[in-house]
Design a protein. Sequence first.
Length: 185
Amino acid sequence: MTVGILLAGGLSRRFGSPKAFAKIKGEYFYECAYRALAGVCDRIVIVSRPELVSRFPSNYDVITDEEWIKGKGPLAGIYSGMAAIQAEKYVVLPCDMPFIGPVETKKLLALADTSTDITAVLNHAEKIPLFSIWDGHIKNQLKNELENGQLRVMKFMEKVTTRWIDASAIHEDQLVFRNLNHPDD
């Protein structure tokens, strides 16, 4: 089973309001990400903050971080999603990357290396760790890292087998992979 983990719980300090509920072309950011995940996932779990849960449709599977790592960032959100629903693999996508659609998630999944722990994307300028595929067998290792206070996504990715796929193999327009941190981006 493949589960989508939609990260929608960031504090959005630079954005000024919850990014999940910002709109682009009449659609909420979280709706864009949900649609992108729905094309490749058997189930989707949205990981958000307690005060935002009621804003999502009631038919969506929306959770908050596990209590012991509440509000500790995207790595905690990924683990919380893994802990909520057991799966062989997880497709991770943050809500602030609304230009990634079903075509891009299908291509990433097709390019994912089953012999690696994580498959993620990089472009000419940077690594994009949160648009990625995570193997379910690393859940306990991730839990151990979090228990030891290690909260950095990139640091965790360095400790496991991570394969970086060139973004141009997924989409020729590198702007598709940008995350929106300000309302005017």
